[in-house]
Design a protein around this ligand. Structure first.
Ligand code: FAD
Length: 804
């Protein structure tokens, strides 16, 4: 065994094998995979080997497509067969909601370049004659996908990596991980020590235990999972090709041909966590005792929906464990606070996702950037809130809905509430319907007296539509209050703060008393943050951004090496806020503060520290609604009192609550993009339009070279807002935008513009099509709708109300 390598990959399942291959392929040939037992001996060996491109996140779908396409490459390189059965896939819908979900997948697939089609049930039966069409109302067919041989695939990755120079140590157990001062690691094993620049945790079922070795509590848990393999099915005899792999949404069932029979797996509603406290060290190439009795009612659904299966015997029942993160997507990337330590774990669909994970992780390790937006599998999407208790509730919830896309208005109930702001109970009393963002409860909309706090999960307009409309109108006509505690908040202090911020952000750093919109770029000039910086004193700054990105941004700040005289801390739990917006907002706040708020004294993008009612507060003149507006920030101990003071003062002015849904409508009427939806690391500053906040005269900032180059060449695509010919559904995200029937771009977010009474979509289109009045089409739930580009904000284009 070598004593020194560039990287050690812990774990010889399909994920570790792919990471090893991709590191070798990118040029890191001096890499070693360490496996405590035989390759595949964790969850990999007993997998059903199904592969597909289905994922709620378009970027992950794209990486799944990459994975499936990769198998021919590693077969050629290694000479080892992956046992591919590229049968394609069928997805069956039993309800109108599920059918909408299939149509959305179809619209997304068109731009992603995937061959997908809605088909009739008669056609579906031609692909899989075992379907009883009476239970379904529609079907989607996709060309990609099928199944592979788990062991062959893993060995093909490893053999291909070996050919490129990588080494593999089997039957070698990692016992401890010890960091050196230079950021490298001493990896202690039962066969001696290895010194490695980088370590990757691909330990699958043991990822949690490897995390413990470095003091990290990863939100990952294993679930028991069953599938059955039937005896030969007469209906399959004589078919000229295998049946197409089939997913039954309503039954949470998947099935595929296995020899002359069928393999059928089920994701039952009350799944069982396996080894919740610690994964046994000696579990290797093992299965769990089957519990077919517990699973019987769910398999019976399969026997009804595919009756031929129930007419033959069951040859074997498999129960094996595999791991999940709370939202079902993998955990990938570096962990904050640990140098050169990476994770690639909680991979529940290793044969669909392993290749893509290896690709982005190898780029991240070798080039410092994953090369594309992978926010939805970035380990940083979970913060301190994702405790073992949280994972123990969320993982089974996710397991039970394995094949479902979440409806855009759907809030999942497990592990709720976790983080509550001091006004949570007051908002609930006011009718708030809550969502959760980074574990924190926040109001989506407020049900007036007599209106049910419930809406049907749907892709179309819900019961909340008229209520959200009323909230939007209250803001535009009078004054509204929105709680901003769920934003990401950071404090940067110290003598070196201004200089450091100047390098980290692309904008001009504001002078004391001013606030600036602050794009943050990566070295490739892509947007990793769309924040605001308020300068409270020359050495004290408050930064505000997206709440979901709190850990992501803290990691980014940490990686930007603040010097010894700069202190960066998250204020996620130490600062609470409200936005007061609308033409009467000045009048309202003036009632509770002695500060002069007149338009000459306190202009747009000014900030002051003052008192608002009883509360010592930071008051900014800013907001996201396009109205005259203010944000007020104070500490949690004063926050409920601040709310009471505002509410008492606002009663006569008609102060109304508004929630996140109304905010989405108001911001799109102004054409404002939002980080995570519209602005993500996939897009450059010029594509997003955030380049207008860049200070190109600065000598240096991260991403400057790339942003300057793009300023010369111009962006290839642009972010635009479109007016969509009225439908009964707004766009959700990643639907195809078409010109003359050809997909040219995709949607990033949408909302009904309640004040202007128009359905709005935001997205990216080629620069040549980003013209005022350009007519495009968007496929919304299977209907092609006209979409007209609007370059000017549809509401208050000159910004007079904002500056009022
Ligand atoms: C019944 C069943 C059916 C499935 N069907 C499918 C399917 O159809 N399609 C699909 O894509 N996925 C399927 N899966 C999921 C799939 O198995 C996983 O996504 C995949 O195996 C995850 O691979 P991994 O490499 O992350 O983890 P693992 O396979 O668990 O590999 C981790 C490896 O790390 C090693 N290791 C751990 N600790 C140490 C240590 N200290 N030192 C050295 N080595 C260590 C282990 O020995 C193990 O080999 C199924 C799973 C089950 C249980």
């Amino acid at each position: 065994m070598k004593s020194q390598v560039r990287a050690v990959v812990i774990g010889g399942g399909v994920v570790g094998a792919s990471v090893l291959y991709h590191l070798a392929k990118i040029g890191w040939t001096d890499v070693m995979l360490i496996e405590k037992s035989e390759l595949t001996s964790g969850s990999t060996w007993h997998a059903a080997g199904g592969m597909h491109t289905f994922n709620g996140e378009a970027n992950i779908s794209r990486l799944q497509k990459y994975t499936i396409d990769l198998y021919r490459e590693i077969e050629d390189l290694s000479g080892q067969s992956c046992g591919l059965h590229p049968n394609g896939g069928l997805m069956l819908a039993a309800t109108p909601g599920e059918l909408d979900s299939l149509k959305l997948i179809c619209s997304r697939a068109r731009y992603l370049g995937m061959e997908t089609e809605m088909i009739s049930l008669e056609e579906a039966k031609r692909f899989n004659p075992l379907i009883d069409a009476r239970y379904f109302i529609g079907a989607l067919w996709r060309a990609d996908g099928g199944h592979c041989d788990p062991s062959g695939t893993t060995h093909a990755y490893v053999a291909a990596a070996r050919k490129l120079g990588a080494s593999v140590e089997r039957f070698t157990r990692v016992l401890g991980l010890h960091p050196r001062r230079d950021g490298s690691w001493d990896v202690a094993t039962d066969k001696g020590a290895v010194h490695a620049e980088h370590v990757v945790n691909c330990a699958g079922l043991w990822a949690r235990e490897i995390g413990h070795m470095v003091g990290a509590e990863l939100p990952v848990l294993a679930m028991e999972h069953h599938y059955l393999v039937t005896e030969a099915i007469p209906e399959l005899a004589g078919l000229s090709r295998e049946i197409v792999n089939t997913t039954d949404y309503a039954g949470e069932i998947y099935m595929r041909q296995e020899g002359r029979g069928v393999l059928m797996g089920v994701y039952e509603p009350h799944g069982k966590i396996w080894s919740p406290m610690r994964t046994p060290d000696d579990f290797s190439m093992q299965l769990l005792p089957d519990d077919v009795e517990r699973l019987a009612p769910y398999f019976e659904v399969g026997f009804r929906h595919f009756p031929a299966l129930g007419r033959v015997g069951v040859k074997k029942a498999i129960n094996g464990p595999f791991t999940f993160a709370p939202d079902g997507n993998p955990l990938v990337g570096p962990l904050r606070g640990l140098r050169n330590f990476w994770v690639a774990c909680a991979v529940m669909a290793g044969f669909s996702q392993g290749g893509g994970i290896g690709l982005v992780l190898s780029r991240w390790m070798a080039h410092g950037d994953p090369g594309q937006d992978i926010l939805s599998m970035d380990v940083s999407r979970f913060g301190a809130f994702a405790t073992p208790k949280y994972a123990s509730l969320k993982v089974p919830e996710n397991y039970a809905r394995r094949f479902r896309l979440a409806y855009p208005n759907e809030e999942l109930p497990a592990a709720r509430p976790v983080r509550r702001s001091p006004i949570y109970d007051k908002l609930i009393a006011a009718g708030a319907v809550m969502g959760a963002n980074f574990g924190l409860e926040h109001a989506l909309w407020f049900a007036p007296d007599g209106v049910k706090r419930w809406e049907t999960p749907t892709y179309r307009r819900s019961e909340a539509f008229p209520t959200v409309k009323a909230e939007c109108r209250a803001v535009r006509a009078g004054v509204g209050l929105y709680e901003t505690t769920n934003y990401g908040k950071y404090e940067v202090t110290g003598r070196g703060a201004r200089g450091w911020l100047d390098r980290v952000f692309a904008c001009k750093i504001p002078k004391p008393g001013r606030l600036a919109l602050a794009p943050m770029l990566n070295p490739a000039g892509r947007v990793v943050g769309d924040l605001s910086i308020a300068c409270l004193a020359d050495d004290r700054f408050m930064i505000v951004g997206s709440g979901f990105a709190e850990e992501f941004h803290m990691r980014w700040f940490w990686q930007a090496n603040p010097p010894a005289d700069v202190f960066v801390r998250s204020q996620a739990s130490t600062l609470c806020g409200v936005s007061i917006a609308g033409p009467k907002s000045r009048e309202l706040i003036q009632l509770v503060t002695r500060a002069d708020l007149s338009s000459a004294a306190f202009r747009l993008f000014q900030v002051m520290e003052t008192s608002v009612g009883f509360a010592p507060a930071i008051l900014t003149r800013a907001g996201f609604t396009g109205e005259l507006g203010y944000e007020i920030w104070t500490t949690p101990d004063y926050f409920a009192t601040l709310y009471d003071d505002l509410w008492d003062a606002g009663r006569d002015l008609g102060l109304a609550h508004f929630g996140g849904r109304a905010l989405s409508s108001l911001r799109l009427e102004k054409g404002y993009g939002s980080f995570n939806k519209d602005f993500r690391p996939d897009y450059t500053a010029a594509e997003t339009g955030l380049d207008r906040f860049i200070d190109f005269s600065k000598a240096d900032f991260i991403g400057r070279v790339a942003a300057l180059a793009e300023r010369e060449s111009g962006p290839k695509r642009k972010f635009v807002v479109m007016e969509v010919a009225d439908v009964d559904a707004e766009v959700v995200g990643y639907e195809s935008i078409m010109k003359d029937g050809k997909a040219v771009g995709y949607v990033t977010s949408g909302a009904y513009g309640h004040y202007i009474d128009k359905s709005l979509a935001a997205g990216y289109v080629p620069t040549a099509l980003a013209n005022e009045g350009e007519t495009l089409e968007i496929d919304i739930l299977g209907e092609v709708r006209a979409a007209t580009v609007r370059l000017e904000p549809l509401y208050d284009p000159r910004g007079l109300r904002l500056r009022g």
